[in-house]
Ligand binder design. Sequence first.
Ligand code: NAI
Length: 332
Amino acid sequence: MKIIFFSAKPYDKLFFNRFNESHGFEIEYHETHLGPHIVNIVENAEAVCVFVNDKLTAPVIDTLAAKGVTIIALRCAGFNNVDLEAAKQHGIAVCRVPAYSPEAVAEHAVAMLQTINRKTHKAYNRVREQNFALKGLLGFNLHGKTVGVIGTGKIGKAFANIMLGFGCKVLAYDLFPDSSLKEKGIEYLPLEELLKSSDIISLHCPLTKDNHYLVNGTTLELMKPGVVIINTSRGGLINTADIIEGLKSKQVGALCIDVYEQEEKLFFRDLSSNIIDDDNIKRLMSFPNVLITAHQAFFTEEALSEIAQVTLDSIARLNQQNMPEGDVVMLT
Ligand code: NAI
């Protein structure tokens, strides 16, 4: 069986080749992302394996179906980039990796928060230049702060638990509250109440039609002045133009983003010699209280091992006749 990979990086090859030893699939890696410009190179493959910024629109899926592809394997959790209805119409199975070390993402959110708060990135550079002054490095204690967690699934739950460990008061908003978090004293509130009461807000819900631009000019107005916002979920949850205004007016005290709404043109590439044709990200990069990482929250040994193993196991099971139900996390 042949699988064609898109958006494949050297680390993908390393981990997938390692776990493919027990499967023996024929794998063809492409570094470019999947979209209408490249879909025609798919030949003689039963499966494609894609990542967060591959665009599986209906026309792309029509072409994949015409070329005999029967499996789309997402080597990520989010699936907002796939037209599931189109896949269903063609009988294409779509599977994903629903939980690859949720702690990896939750811990990165905390790392970003503490970097922007305690300014360790600045301290590191200062000390290397023998500047041992503390001016400009003032932070705040997390202990006693109110943290609002939007989306308390696997990652949000891990993040909430870490924040409890810091001695924070944790508030939550989710369409389906988690009883184990309630038992730990976490209070579920309507979204508006959470926004009004939190010193720090962390986004851990998926991007859906209903919550696009959840953080916008109107919701920013509801938040506490100086609020710290963390987004490790999906860029489309934040209206970038509005948050830039929020930063300029100081309504937003700090912003940590691992995702960005136009990230597919930027992230996962070395553009250090290029002219960046995106004024919003350049403006965000200019603020001293904004920390941007390029979708690296998942990037741990543990998570990459799990992604490779689960993805290849799912493809193997989908490829077998009489696949036991519930064995593979299916989206179609
Ligand atoms: P999950 O499916 O376990 O949890 C998502 C939670 O959000 C669920 O409890 C759900 O009820 C809730 N939810 C859905 N719509 C909501 C809404 N409109 N408002 C509030 N809550 C809502 O997902 P998991 O594994 O925790 O991942 C969350 C998101 O994190 C993913 O959808 C993905 O976008 C992002 N992610 C980012 C990574 C990174 O490297 N930056 C890596 C992995 C995931």
